[in-house]
Design a protein around this ligand. Structure first.
Ligand SMILES: *[C@@H]1O[C@H](CO)[C@@H](O)[C@H](O)[C@H]1NC(C)=O
Ligand SMILES: *[C@@H]1O[C@H](CO)[C@@H](O)[C@H](O)[C@H]1NC(C)=O
Ligand SMILES: *[C@@H]1O[C@H](CO)[C@@H](O)[C@H](O)[C@H]1NC(C)=O
Ligand SMILES: *[C@@H]1O[C@H](CO)[C@@H](O)[C@H](O)[C@H]1NC(C)=O
Ligand SMILES: *[C@@H]1O[C@H](CO)[C@@H](O)[C@H](O)[C@H]1NC(C)=O
Length: 478
């Protein structure tokens, strides 16, 4: 079986969709173009030459402000912080000028007060971090832990301290992967959805979607609410081991949460049964408590899934609409769907690898898969390519099969990075043949910098997934 290498010289092969393939033996090529830009010449500092200098005591100023708050000298307002549903009270001697400087809400409260004390009502979690919040107003800096982010964000929002609000939002977006015993991303998602912080909500959703396998195994999974569960189940970009893994996680979730009929029905109908091998489907149908209970709700989907497994995609497409989520794969990490690829020195490496995937997820094609997977390295003898020092990955089918005429194969490259010491999925790129189609492939990776967060022990960690797209058959039918 011959290996089809991508175009020599790095320019070829673009845009032609991977067509028909038998054992979908794929060759993957990566090109890098190292652009060397000469460092801009250092300009002499004009200021220094003419005798100007900056005397900088800003650190000392911050210390003085901190002492002022701690000792309360010259305080003109006392903050009496009362906790909702509790006797807990905190009193802080503060300065009206400092509070007003950061917050129009404080400004209004201070102007309308008629005593030297301002009474504030806060939730317990907010009272606990109120000192920290006020200290930020004096010093302009704050240290935050995972569990303090939401209460501090609530205070920053209530008193309209925008810079702190934005800073905390950014902190949360950057700390999705941090270790916490009970998990924190689901809590952040719920808070963001409630308060309408769309950027934070979407970051949480993306993190959960792209690291779903580890979320499913964590204690956080059973704590997710109905809305988040259904939102996740709709997504095609979930990165997880297999659809069966998702179904089993749904079962665990349902056992714990005892959802209402409507939620449960929507959830079991969102599972992509076509992506679960028929042997497993038989078992689920007879043994899964969830499927036994909601059998009527999914009967049509199971029936379709079994038909999908019984025939070739073309036969199916003649009689059914194949453009539906039941037949749309997600990003599965199991070996049938693709291969991991670690590139050791990505700025120099232009090697190719070969790997085998299943022909397709349908049981009809199951026997046609060669049992052995190949991982072949070796120079492809290709140089150049890749715009502006960026890598390019080309995936081409090595052989073709008439069985799959009309089916196109989407390739997905999943890029992992290290964050807070953990490996997390940072990008998911879809394309048909070359990553150049995406335009922004690894645009901000800066692989020539040793400290690039895209390098894990100076290697680039990729996972390649190959997914048949049956939508094209709908067109072919007409
Ligand atoms: C002054 O010093 C602080 C810390 O020592 C530094 O962060 C800040 O950038 C300096 N400011 C200027 C204008 O150099
Ligand atoms: C606050 O007052 C005390 C004495 O009442 C004094 O020792 C201390 O230096 C003052 N602190 C500040 C920051 O002015
Ligand atoms: C302040 O004065 C207003 C009326 O002038 C009164 O309604 C309000 O209760 C007073 N607040 C406090 C905290 O004494
Ligand atoms: C994120 O997902 C990737 C790919 O599944 C996995 O290798 C990694 O361990 C996950 N990281 C976390 C922190 O969940
Ligand atoms: C598939 O369905 C989606 C919406 O469900 C639609 O936007 C798209 O045009 C359909 N594709 C084909 C090829 O029919």
């Amino acid at each position: 079986m011959g290996l089809a290498h991508g175009g020599g010289g790095g320019g070829g092969g673009r845009g032609t969709p991977a067509r028909i393939c038998a054992e979908v033996l794929l060759t993957v090529l990566v090109f890098f173009c190292v652009t060397v830009t000469s460092a801009a010449a250092l300009k002499p500092d004009a200021g220094l030459e003419s005798g100007w200098a900056t005397i900088n005591h800003s650190m000392a100023l911050v210390q003085r402000m901190e002492a002022l708050l701690a000792q309360g000298n010259g305080s003109d307002v006392g903050l009496r912080v009362q906790t909702v549903n509790s006797d807990e009270v905190k009193v802080i001697q503060a300065h009206a000028l400092v509070l007003s400087l950061h917050s129009e809400v404080f400004d209004e409260l201070l102007q309308s007060r008629n005593s030297s004390t301002l009474v504030l009502e806060e939730l317990g979690e907010c009272t606990a971090v109120f000192d920290k919040f006020i200290r930020y107003l004096y010093c302009g800096e704050i240290s935050v832990s995972l569990d303090q982010a939401v209460p501090l964000h609530k205070l920053a929002s209530k008193y309209r301290v925008r810079a702190l609000q934005q800073g905390l939002s950014l902190y949360m977006r950057q700390h999705m992967a941090s270790d916490s015993p009970a998990g924190h991303v689901v809590g952040w998602y719920q808070y963001a959805a409630q308060t309408g912080d769309l950027a934070l909500r979407d970051s949480c959703l993306q993190y959960l979607s792209w690291n779903l396998s580890s979320v499913l195994q964590s204690g956080e999974w059973t704590a997710i609410g109905d809305d988040l569960l259904l939102t996740l189940l709709q997504r095609s970009d979930l990165v997880l081991h297999s659809e069966l893994e998702l179904f089993e996680a749904l079962e665990a979730w349902a056992a714990q949460n005892r959802p209402g009929e409507l939620t449960a029905e929507s959830a079991v109908r969102a599972v992509r049964y076509g992506m679960i091998p028929p042997q497993q489907l038989f078992r689920l149908q007879k043994q899964s408590p969830l499927l036994l209970r909601y059998h009527e709700s999914v009967r049509d989907l199971l029936f379709l899934a079994f038909q999908f497994h019984a025939a070739s995609p073309q036969q199916l497409a003649k009689y059914f609409d194949v453009n539906c989520s039941l037949f749309t794969p997600r990003n599965y990490l199991s070996p049938a769907w693709g291969a991991p690829w670690v590139i050791n020195s990505p700025t120099r490496d232009d090697r190719s690898i070969s790997f085998q995937t299943q022909l397709g997820p349908s049981g009809h094609d199951a026997g046609k898969r060669p049992a052995r997977a190949d991982g072949v390295g070796g120079g492809a003898g290709v140089s150049g390519g890749g715009a502006a020092g960026r890598p390019r990955i080309i995936v081409t089918p090595a052989t073709s099969s008439a069985d799959f005429a009309g089916v196109s194969f989407q390739k997905t490259v999943i890029v992992a990075v290290r964050q807070q010491g953990k490996v997390v999925v940072r990008h998911v790129y879809n394309f048909h043949q070359s990553t150049e189609e995406t335009g922004d492939f690894l645009a901000d990776a800066d692989l020539q910098r040793r400290a690039s967060e895209y390098l894990i022990d100076s290697s680039l960690y990729l996972q390649i997934v190959v997914k048949p797209i049956y939508h094209t058959l709908v067109i072919a039918k007409k």
